[in-house]
Design a protein around this ligand. Structure first.
Ligand code: ADP
Ligand code: MG
Length: 327
């Protein structure tokens, strides 16, 4: 739980952190290795080795000034959310924080398997099977249910912000990038235009209040992409994408969902609903038959990607989906 000294502004941003910000040089404690692990709008993430332990980490370098504006508050909010989620096994863990004149460096647990995005894009050997997606979706939902239970909304869930501990063999998920996250308690209303059009809920585009349901829409999009390799709302132009989202224009045809179970489609349909109040919650989703071993292969055209083990009797989550170890 959040400490008593937590301060929040009206937008749900947290302004007090517990982590001590180090001012000594990052480079005297870490060696940066290899090419960058990834890049976002304002950040570059590099693999680094902690000199005293020899342990691998991922350092996220965030500029404190962006477009002439001081963004230190946004970064402090990101740190605060990571701190508050440190008991959540599916959220990336924060090791240390450094600050220099121009940037803040978050030293994070390294998710060596990279973005799930890389294994979503269709015709490669690494593409997920439905069985993989069921396991990963349960982890994402367990992590997000935990955040929502603690009144945190992520607001930027997309295939680039869900990473894997390893890719071969397929490891566990880690949710990253809390740069747009907000605390929903003691906040009258959060309305902001955030995120990437392809993955954001209609209420974001319409400047309506955001809620935990906003993340659930994104999980619907994420699941669609993991199963089909296609982005459900992406149009040729930005305007087309906006229109597809606001009209909930989704293709559920057998062509797109070849070899995918009808329960999976039913699951996605429970999330890609315009009215946020009617969308399934993370808790609802975890109870859905698709994630609880009731899945039977789709009987239409094409092959099923399900394995026979999926037809075994239901097992409890703790048996079938143990929590991953954390360092
Ligand atoms: P931004 O806020 O700029 O989008 P992210 O936190 O999403 O920054 O990081 C950008 C990219 O860097 C991610 O999409 C991912 O590819 C990579 N990355 C981020 N954190 C880690 C990590 N802990 N381990 C490995 N790669 C990471
Ligand atoms: Mg990102």
């Amino acid at each position: 739980d959040m400490p008593d000294c937590t301060m929040m502004n009206k937008n749900g941003m947290v302004s007090k952190i517990q982590t001590r910000i180090r001012m000594d040089p990052f480079k005297s404690n870490y060696d940066v290795v290899g090419k960058p692990l990834g890049r976002g709008k304002f950040a570059v993430v590099k693999k680094c080795i902690e000199k005293v332990t020899g342990k691998e980490h991922a350092a996220k370098f965030l500029r404190t000034r962006r477009k002439g504006e001081n963004c230190r508050m946004d970064i402090i909010n990101e740190i605060a959310v990571l701190e508050s989620a440190k008991a959540n096994p599916f959220v990336i863990s924060l090791h240390e924080v450094y600050e220099t004149t121009n940037e803040i460096i978050l030293v994070l647990e390294c998710a060596a398997g990279g973005e799930i995005f890389n294994q979503c894009v269709g015709d490669n050997d690494d593409a997920f099977t439905e069985k993989d997606v069921i396991r990963l979706a349960r982890q994402i939902l367990t992590g997000v249910a935990w955040l929502h239970h603690n009144n945190v909304v992520h607001l930027d869930l997309k295939p680039q912000n869900v990473l894997l501990t390893s890719s071969r063999p397929l490891g566990d998920i880690r949710i990253v990038d809390f740069g747009l996250s907000r605390r929903m308690d003691n906040v009258k209303e959060v309305r902001e235009i955030l995120g990437t059009p392809e993955y954001v809920a209609p209420e974001i585009l319409n400047y309506e209040p955001l809620s935990t349901a906003t993340d659930m829409w994104s999980i619907g999009v994420l699941t669609y992409i993991m199963l089909t390799g296609e982005s459900p709302f992406l149009g040729d132009k930005k305007q087309e994408t906006y229109l597809n989202v606001s009209q909930v224009n989704v293709d559920y045809s057998q062509e797109v969902f070849e070899g995918v179970s009808s329960l999976a489609i039913d699951f996605i349909k429970s999330l890609l609903i315009k009215n946020p109040r009617q969308r399934a919650t993370a808790e609802d989703c975890l109870k859905h038959a698709w994630l609880n071993g009731h899945t039977h292969p789709y009987n239409g055209h094409g092959h099923t990607r399900l394995l026979p083990s999926m037809h075994e009797p239901e097992t409890s989550q703790s048996e079938s989906d143990p929590e991953p170890e954390r360092p």
